[in-house]
Design a protein around this ligand. Structure first.
Ligand SMILES: [Zn+2]
Ligand SMILES: [Zn+2]
Length: 314
């Protein structure tokens, strides 16, 4: 089937809308009509040449997509045509050591992408293109493994559901699952983009008593306040570490999250931490243990399958 897709050929070049051939779904694959896609900074990392994703062939970027299942391969059992789905960048195999130990987000099975020797999912004049992170949502259709989609309630608006595919799960997951946040603790969030705002919301859901949001843009800080931040700091105007210390009575926060992927902010986040209460082993009695969670740059194998958890992806 011919579709239109946004194709990147080389880093630093414009992304162009071009006709692309998308294969029919085989086996456990699902063809999804894309209704909406987010634009994540990880896509921009690839455009700006800052990603480790292979550029040995053109890429259809986009990994925060939602849409409607149009057709399915013969072995698909979990969705059917007409189902509304969100593309999931943590596709899993269900049988590798990571999946079997309860960590499908760290799956190393590699089944959600086609092998290099198989006909490509996306092509132009017989030449293969990569769907970014085995998704490629900057396209009218996405050809995905059924373990790379999550069925959702059809009442959910697809333009908002798409954002759950990356930013929301990265941020909320960091707050609720990765950090060990306990109700009543204090939190600082460095960077209030899609991931940072989701961390703020996750911290609120997790019962944090103080959520300090930091950014250099006031409109983002206003949004952070609307979604649950108890305090906001514009770090362009004041020293963020001193501000966090002042807001916590000098103690520092229990958890600091860096949601930009910037080493300066990672350092500020570490310096904003309080001294832990003894759960973690301390390298030095008065040294704050780095309990900073940073999404970091995307890690992807050559076949486009993301081997890491959402927290390792920005
Ligand atoms: Zn993303
Ligand atoms: Zn697996």
């Amino acid at each position: 089937m011919k579709i239109s897709a946004a194709v990147l050929r080389r880093a630093h070049e414009p992304v162009m809308i071009e006709p692309v051939e998308i294969d029919t779904p085989w086996g456990r694959e699902v063809l999804v009509r894309t209704a909406a896609t987010g634009v994540c900074h990880s896509d921009l990392h690839v455009v700006e040449g800052q990603s480790r994703f292979s550029l040995d062939r053109p890429i259809v970027l986009g990994h925060e997509g939602a849409g409607v299942v149009e057709s399915v391969g013969a072995d698909v059992t979990t969705v059917r045509p007409g189902d509304h789905v969100v593309a999931c960048l943590s596709g899993f195999c269900g049988s590798c050591a990571q999946c079997l130990s309860g960590h499908p987000n760290l799956c190393v099975g590699g089944i959600v992408a086609r092998s290099d020797s198989a006909p490509p999912r996306l092509s132009q004049n017989g030449r293969a293109l990569w769907p970014f992170l085995a998704i490629g949502s900057y396209a009218e259709r996405m050809l995905l493994h059924e373990n790379s989609v999550v069925k959702i309630d059809p009442d959910l608006p697809l333009d908002r559901a798409a954002l759950v595919g990356c930013g929301v799960l990265t941020g909320v997951g960091a707050a609720l699952r990765s950090s060990g946040l306990e109700a009543g603790q204090t939190v600082a969030v460095f960077g209030c983009g899609g991931v940072g705002l989701s961390i703020v919301q996750g911290a609120r859901i997790g019962g944090a008593r103080q959520i300090i949001a930091l950014d250099i843009f006031d409109p983002k800080l206003e949004t952070a306040r609307r979604v649950g931040a108890t305090h906001v700091v514009n770090s362009a105007n004041e020293d963020p570490v001193k501000a966090v210390r002042a807001l916590t009575g000098g103690a520092g926060v229990d958890h600091a999250f860096e949601a930009v992927g910037n080493t300066t902010l990672v350092r500020q986040a570490i310096e904003s931490l309080g001294i832990p209460h003894g759960r973690e082993p301390l390298p030095h009695r008065h040294s704050p243990v780095p309990r900073v969670l940073s999404p970091g740059p995307p890690v992807a194998r050559r076949d486009g399958h993301p081997p890491g958890a959402a927290r390792r992806h920005q």
